[in-house]
Design a protein around this ligand. Structure first.
Ligand code: GTP
Length: 342
């Protein structure tokens, strides 16, 4: 069985971290984001098609070193085709019912159980669902008791919401779904294809997952996923290899080859590889990119520092993004494609 991992987005909401890397390779607890999905795939998935575009060389390079026991195909789109277009572009590699996964979800989905559910329902498409509290920020499903999805309702008022369940970014699809997707153009699976399948087949089902789920689409959720996984591991702090911590770090993750000098306070921070934080600096709710140098007595709160940036001693910053280098030429000025639950 094949699984397509959608990993071609620019990840604009995670800039500046995505100016320099593919979103799916952004480390989470010091492991590339995509590695969590790869480990979630059951043994019946023997082939993984990575639908890539932006920063595809980095993804190709990563999968040269790591195959997770699967056949890996890096399927490079000539231009971003959207979540639907990317699936269509992978059609030649599909031999039967297949999985599609957004690369930016971290969750405890049991894929084998979802496949069983799909088969039992004789569905054309089954999507994973996750319950949320703030329905007005998401697209929620209108779903019958038996799991049959009737429609998607975008950002409803709480009193009008047909359910509190949102699309959780994992789909199991019959090959017939591919016939609904146009070739060679930007197509949104969620906005164009799913509604069509609902109205044409009536065999569109939702499978509610239990445990945990985070869409790592934004800086806030990037910090949140670390908090969640730290809690899952029953710890408050982790650090990678060759890292020296002489400061105090709570609810934080330090990458490899990081140096934290004495008197430093970190709280709710993610510090990526090879960064240095000098004496008596304090960072709260921050993401510090790779190869960053932070001087002495710096105060950062709600700040994202892009890779290879320097922060001078005694700088004070709040609610900002630090990026003083050029933006990649092809990088979009605003979010493209689709987002359910922006
Ligand atoms: P934002 O720009 O912050 O919205 O992020 P994104 O570009 O990743 O978009 P979004 O979060 O909506 O994408 C959901 C998933 O689909 C992510 O795993 C993306 O990598 C992937 N994706 C989005 N657009 C494309 C595309 O055009 N081609 C491919 N192959 N994947 C895509």
């Amino acid at each position: 069985m094949e699984a397509i991992i959608l990993a071609g987005g620019y990840g604009t909401r995670l800039r500046p971290l995505t100016y320099t890397r593919a979103k799916s390779l952004l480390p989470i607890m010091n492991q590339p984001m995509v590695s969590y999905l790869m480990r979630m795939l059951p043994s019946e998935v023997s082939k993984v098609i990575l639908a890539v575009n932006y920063r595809k060389d980095q993804i190709e390079e990563y999968f040269k070193q790591q195959t997770f026991g699967k056949e890996i195909i890096v399927n490079d789109e000539p231009k971003p085709l959207g979540t639907g277009g990317a699936v269509k572009f992978a059609e030649k590699h599909i031999s039967g019912p297949f999985f599609v996964l957004n690369a930016d979800i971290i969750c405890s989905l049991d894929i084998s159980k979802m496949i069983k559910y799909h088969k039992k329902k004789k569905a054309a498409a089954t999507i994973s669902l996750w319950p949320v509290e703030r329905v007005s920020e998401f697209g929620v499903v209108d779903i019958k008791q038996n799991g049959n999805v009737i429609s998607f309702v975008e950002k409803p008022k709480p009193e009008d919401a047909p359910s509190n369940l949102i699309n959780a970014g994992a789909y199991y699809l019959q090959p017939e779904v591919l016939d609904y997707i146009a070739t060679g153009r930007l197509v949104s699976m969620e906005k164009e294809i799913f509604p069509q399948i609902i109205s044409d087949t009536g065999r569109f089902y939702g499978y509610q997952l239990s445990g945990y789920w985070i869409d790592v689409g934004r800086i806030q959720s990037y910090i949140d996923v670390h908090k969640l996984l730290l809690t899952e591991k029953n710890t408050d702090f982790i650090m990678g290899k060759h890292t020296m911590n002489r400061g105090i770090a709570t609810t934080s993750c330090l990458g490899n080859h990081v140096t934290i000098h004495s008197g430093v306070h970190l709280s709710e921070c993610v510090v990526l590889d090879h960064s240095i934080i000098d004496k008596n600096s304090s960072c709260t709710h921050c993401v510090i990119g790779e190869n960053v140098q932070i001087g002495e007595d710096v105060l950062l709160r709600n700040v994202v520092v892009g890779d290879a940036e320097d922060i001078a001693a005694e700088t004070k910053l709040e609610n900002s993004i630090v990026w003083n280098q050029s933006i990649p030429e092809d990088y979009p000025k605003k979010q493209i494609g689709n987002v359910i639950g922006e």
